[in-house]
Ligand binder design. Structure first.
Ligand code: SAH
Length: 243
């Protein structure tokens, strides 16, 4: 019986991959994953076997990894960012359990919320939450309830999946919901293509955010009531000392 590693490779650049993730990729027989992510590492490991599937091929990808492990191979199933954050760690654990494969190890990676925050400044220095705007696996009402609760709690909010192929308006709708609770002056930011060619970051207000361009490779930040823009950087103080 082989072994499966589920590996978070970070945002995309080789430097931001952890040393442990690199070690696992060097030692494995097969690198498996979504085509786009496998292409990010393919050139560095020309001697490896590769297994890729398209974006919706997640179940098939997990089952193939389990099959290869049962054949005695060491498989690295890679994900961008962290493997457990909207990633393959949970579907793989389910597939492994169904197939009786016990030897699975999850290797953490730098999730987009954190690598993007570093580009913007220090937006997450106080309590924050992460919400995905994708309604593929989550009912729209649940997403809306979470947005409202986060706003009511004065949490800094990181939005993943602000747009999808069929649905470019997720971000605009989310802003409309947040603006029921929050003033339009709240400081916000967007980061696009972290760790890849053409990295972009910008700051704006919540009133402006809904009209900002956001695609599938954008991560969005909404500050709390204390967040300011200082020299073009988003800064959330460590506390509420002014109150
Ligand atoms: N497992 C990933 C998240 C996958 S969900 C992680 O931990 O980062 C996909 C969403 O993550 C995208 O819609 C986007 O919001 C964010 N994301 C992933 N990679 C990104 C990158 N390189 N630049 C900006 N945002 C990214």
């Amino acid at each position: 019986m082989g072994k499966i590693y589920v590996v978070g490779i970070g945002p995309g650049d080789a430097e931001t991959m952890t040393f442990r993730a690199r070690e696992v990729l060097e030692g494995c027989d097969v690198i498996a994953g979504y085509t786009l992510y496998v292409d990010l590492v393919r050139a560095d490991y020309p001697e490896k076997e590769f297994y890729t599937t398209g974006m919706r091929g997640e179940t098939e990808r997990c089952e193939a990894c389990v099959r290869m492990a049962r054949e005695g191979k060491t498989v690295a199933l890679i994900c961008s960012g962290d493997a457990g954050v909207y990633g393959m760690a949970s579907p793989l654990l389910e597939a492994a359990q169904r197939a009786g494969v016990d030897d699975v190890e999850i290797i953490p990676g730098v999730t987009a919320a954190l690598s993007g925050a570093a580009l913007l400044g220090a937006p997450l220095s106080h309590d924050f939450c992460v919400i995905s705007l994708s309604d593929l696996l989550t009912p729209q009402e649940t997403i809306e309830k979470r947005l409202l609760c986060a706003a009511q709690g004065d949490l800094c909010i990181v939005l993943y999946n602000p747009a999808s192929h069929g649905r470019p308006d997720h971000l605009k709708r989310a802003c409309g919901i947040l603006l029921r609770v929050l003033p339009p002056s709240v400081c916000c930011g967007l980061v696009r293509n972290i760790g890849r060619d053409g990295t972009e970051s910008l700051t704006c207000t919540l009133g402006e955010l809904g009209n900002m361009p956001a695609d599938m490779l954008t991560t969005v930040y909404i500050g709390n009531s204390q967040t300011r823009i200082v020299n073009g950087r988003l800064l959330t103080p460590r506390g509420y000392t002014g109150t």
